[in-house]
Design a protein around this ligand. Structure first.
Ligand SMILES: [Zn+2]
Length: 386
C-alpha cells in the first residue's frame, strides 16, 4: 500500500477489492466517546472532507482531542526561581520560545495568568501559527506587601483597586489576575482584599468584558468565590460550599498540583509554609473527587513547576489526587475549550487544531504525554509518523 495515502479512505469496490483512493486529503477523527468522522483541511481551517485541499496523515488508528490546554501558564517566564531577574526585555524574549514549547507538546490553548508587567500581552501579537490560542492577564495585581515584591506585578492599595481596574488594568487579553492572599512575617497567610473591594473589582472586570483569576494558596478562596471571581488558582482550601457555588455558575478551579508539590519541596515539609502545602495537598485529595461529582470546571495548569508544554504531568497528578481519567482528560483539554468558547472537537469552519494520541485518554490519561501528531491552524507542528 502506498504509505502516503490514509488507508482508511481507500475505496472498497463491490467485490471487496481495494482500489486507488478517491482522495487523499481527509482526516479521520476518533474522539473519545463519540463515533469516528471525517474532516478535511484547507488553509488554517477545517472544511468538509470533500473540500480538503491538502494531504493529511492517516489517523484512523489514533485518538483525537482538540488540543491540550494549560490553564495556568506564564509564558513570559521560564522558572519559578528567576523572579528577580525578569525584565520587559526578558519577557519579550521568552514568549516565542515558551509558546513554541507548548505547541511541540500538543498544548494548543493557553490561559496565561499574568506576569511582572503588561508585557504578557505581547503574546497576542505573535503569529498565531507559531503559538497556542492564548488568553492572558496583564501584570499581576496585589496590595503593597501582598506578593513577591521587588517590582513584580502592580501594587495597588485596596481602596484604589476598583479605580485601577477601570482606568489602568490591561483587559485586552481577557483576564485580570489578582493575588488573593500572601504570607506576612509573623502572621502567616493574610487575605489581600476586603470582601466588598473584591466584589466591586470583579464587577469592574466583567464590565470591561474580561474575567478574573485569583491566586489563593491559603484562605482567600471563599471570599473570592463569594465575590464572583471566575477562576480560582491553586485553591487548596476551597470548601464544599465554595465548590457548589462554583459549579452552579460555571466557575473554574485550576488546582496546579504540580506547582504545590514543587513549592512544598522547595520550602521543605517541616517549614511553616511547607506544612501549609502538605495540608493543602491533603485537602486536594478530598476536593477533587467532590468537584468532579458536583460538575465544577476543573482545569489543568502547570504554573512553571515543569518545563513549558508539560501539562500532561498535571493530568496524571489530577488523576492521582482523585479525578477519573475522563475528568483529568477534560481538565487538560475539552473542559478548557468549552470554558473559553472554542469547539471541543474538530469542527468545519473552525481553526484546524487537533492532536492525536496512540491510546484512548479516557482509559489512561498517561497517553497525553506522548502526542503522535500535532496540528495547529492546519499545519503539522510535529508528527512521529515521518
Ligand atoms: Zn502562577
Amino acid at each position: 500500500m502506498d504509505a502516503q495515502y490514509p488507508r482508511s479512505i481507500w475505496q472498497v469496490t463491490h467485490d471487496g477489492r481495494r482500489k486507488k483512493p478517491v482522495y487523499a486529503a481527509v482526516m479521520i477523527i476518533n474522539m473519545p466517546s463519540r463515533e469516528p468522522y471525517e474532516i478535511g483541511v484547507s488553509g488554517s481551517r477545517f472544511v468538509e472532507a470533500d473540500e480538503s485541499t491538502v494531504e493529511l496523515p492517516d489517523t484512523s488508528d489514533l485518538w483525537a482531542l482538540p488540543g491540550l490546554a494549560d490553564c495556568h501558564a506564564h509564558v513570559t517566564m521560564t522558572s519559578l526561581r528567576e523572579f528577580d531577574a525578569i525584565t520587559d526585555e526578558s519577557m519579550r524574549t521568552a514568549i516565542p520560545i515558551n509558546t513554541w514549547a507548548h505547541l511541540e507538546h500538543g498544548v494548543l490553548l493557553i490561559l496565561d495568568k499574568g506576569g511582572k508587567s503588561d508585557t504578557t500581552l505581547v503574546t497576542l501579537d505573535h503569529d498565531a501559527d507559531l503559538r497556542p490560542f492564548t488568553e492572558t492577564a496583564g501584570a499581576m495585581i496585589s496590595p503593597p506587601g501582598g506578593y513577591y515584591g521587588n517590582g513584580f506585578g502592580t501594587e495597588v492599595e485596596p481602596d484604589a483597586l476598583v479605580e485601577h481596574i477601570r482606568t489602568k488594568a490591561a483587559t485586552r487579553g481577557g483576564w485580570v489576575k489578582l493575588v488573593g492572599d500572601w504570607p506576612r512575617r509573623g502572621q502567616g497567610p493574610v487575605n489581600n482584599w476586603p470582601q466588598d473591594v473584591l466584589t466591586e473589582a470583579v464587577r469592574a472586570v466583567h464590565d470591561a468584558g474580561a474575567r478574573v483569576a485569583i491566586h489563593s494558596m491559603a484562605h482567600s478562596a471563599s471570599d473570592a468565590v463569594a465575590a464572583g471571581v471566575d477562576s480560582i488558582e491553586h485553591g487548596p482550601f476551597l470548601t464544599e460550599s465554595d465548590l457548589k457555588i462554583l459549579a452552579a455558575r460555571g466557575g473554574a478551579w485550576v488546582p496546579t498540583i504540580v506547582n504545590m508539590l514543587f513549592l512544598r519541596d522547595m520550602l521543605g515539609v517541616e517549614s511553616s509554609g511547607g506544612k501549609m502545602f502538605v495540608t493543602g495537598l491533603e485537602r486536594m485529595r478530598e476536593n477533587l473527587p467532590l468537584a468532579e461529582s458536583l460538575g465544577v470546571t476543573v482545569l489543568a495548569g502547570t504554573d512553571m513547576a515543569v518545563p513549558h508544554g508539560e501539562v500532561a504531568t498535571e493530568a496524571v497528578l489530577l488523576k492521582e489526587y482523585g479525578l477519573s481519567d475522563a475528568a483529568a482528560t477534560a481538565a487538560t483539554s475539552t473542559a478548557a475549550y468549552r470554558y473559553v468558547g472554542r469547539p471541543t472537537q474538530p469542527t468545519v469552519g473552525a481553526e484546524a487544531d487537533v492532536v492525536f494520541f496512540r491510546d484512548n485518554p479516557l482509559e489512561g490519561v498517561e497517553t497525553l504525554a506522548e502526542p503522535v501528531i500535532i496540528m495547529r491552524r492546519g499545519k503539522i507542528v510535529r508528527s512521529t509518523r515521518g
